[in-house]
Design a protein. Structure first.
Length: 67
């Protein structure tokens, strides 16, 4: 394998990138982002296994401002 004195990573504790900002609560996650004209969505799941979706009533969504 060669000279083991050159091995500087194996067996050593390393610092994790960004760990201090996570501990301090400073890390920015995707949920923290707000952009102009940002779109939102929601996943709807069927309450019946293997059911076919025949119709989706979009009227409540269309009543919302900006839709």
């Amino acid at each position: 394998m060669g000279d083991t004195k050159q091995l500087k990573v194996v067996g050593q504790s390393g610092s994790l990138v960004g760990s201090m900002s996570k501990v301090r609560g400073e890390t920015c996650y995707a949920d923290d982002l707000f952009l102009p004209r940002m779109l939102y969505c929601r996943i709807l799941r069927s309450t019946h296994p293997h059911a076919l979706i025949r119709k989706i009533d979009t009227a409540p969504a269309l009543k919302r401002k900006g839709v």
